[in-house]
Design a protein around this ligand. Structure first.
Ligand SMILES: [Ca+2]
Ligand SMILES: [Ca+2]
Ligand SMILES: [Ca+2]
Ligand SMILES: [Ca+2]
Length: 263
């Protein structure tokens, strides 16, 4: 082979390789579900959640009677990114329930709020967002592209996204009513969430589950903090995750805590 031809071939190869890399970088981080996800969940972080006597108004104002008697829980486990400063992020949350929904109040202190990506179905995890993980029957197990459990990302503009059974992001706005309000560096999120069981069909019509006393639900909550980077800088969750890879909530419902509904 002539030297010039060889060089040309080499150049083409290098160019193709580079192209491949940049193409890959634009894709969502699709990982195939690891085969070693246990089919039975070991219960951890069992917490009692009390029923609201009054209707909770979703207005990002925490003056509802249910919030006065609910406990604050820490949202402080770093799942992704470097260790945090208090100025960069701190967070906590409360829970309550009614016959038809689970309620979440989150107080997030974040120095910079960003909502840079206009399309809610593009890299929804790289804008600041609240993420709620819920496993209606507390079964645990794999849920990456099925509805054994949900991982709802709630954007600042209220859009709700999770992976569908088509292995792509999908809006689930009818499952969650939310409102957030920011004063200084503090954002209050108030959320009403309908629960669906694992028979949920992306192409069919679905009825939310009714909630009752002593029902156990798999639950975790997290915050994606980005201030100025192309990708989220931190991902902070409500439960410690064992092992090197702590970003497992969107695949493995075994890492969720368990809540039990009380009167
Ligand atoms: Ca309220
Ligand atoms: Ca921050
Ligand atoms: Ca389940
Ligand atoms: Ca931020």
């Amino acid at each position: 082979m002539k030297k010039a031809t060889y060089l040309l071939l080499l150049l083409v190869l290098v160019f193709n390789c580079k192209n491949e890399t940049s193409k890959k970088a634009e894709q969502p981080p699709i990982k195939e579900a690891p085969q070693n996800i246990a089919s039975t969940k070991i219960e951890k972080q069992l917490r009692e959640v009390y029923k609201s006597r009054d209707n909770i108004i979703i207005d990002a104002v925490a003056n509802d009677s249910a919030w006065a008697k609910s406990t604050w829980y820490a949202l402080d486990q770093v799942w992704l990114g470097d260790s945090l400063t208090k100025e960069d992020y701190s967070g906590r949350f409360k829970l309550s329930w009614s016959d038809d929904a689970l309620y979440i109040l989150a107080e997030i202190k974040d120095d910079t709020l960003i909502d840079n990506i206009a399309d809610p179905l593009v890299k929804w995890w790289d804008d600041d967002c609240l993420e709620i993980f819920v496993d209606e029957d507390n079964s645990g197990g794999e849920h990456q592209y099925n509805h054994n459990a949900f991982a709802y990302h709630i954007a600042l503009d209220g859009n709700v996204v999770d992976m569908s059974t088509e292995k792509t992001g999908k809006l689930y706005n009818s499952h969650i009513e939310s409102k957030n309000k920011t004063l200084g560096n503090t954002t209050i999120w108030e959320v009403k969430m309908s629960l669906y069981d694992d028979s949920y069909n992306d192409k069919g019509s679905n009825t939310p589950v009714n909630l009752s006393v002593n029902k156990k639900i798999g639950f975790a909550i997290a915050y994606c903090d980005n201030d100025k980077s192309l990708e989220r800088e931190n991902f902070i969750g409500s439960i410690p995750v064992e092992g090197e890879d702590k970003n497992r909530g969107w695949i493995d419902a075994n890492i969720f805590g368990t809540i039990i509904l009380k009167e």
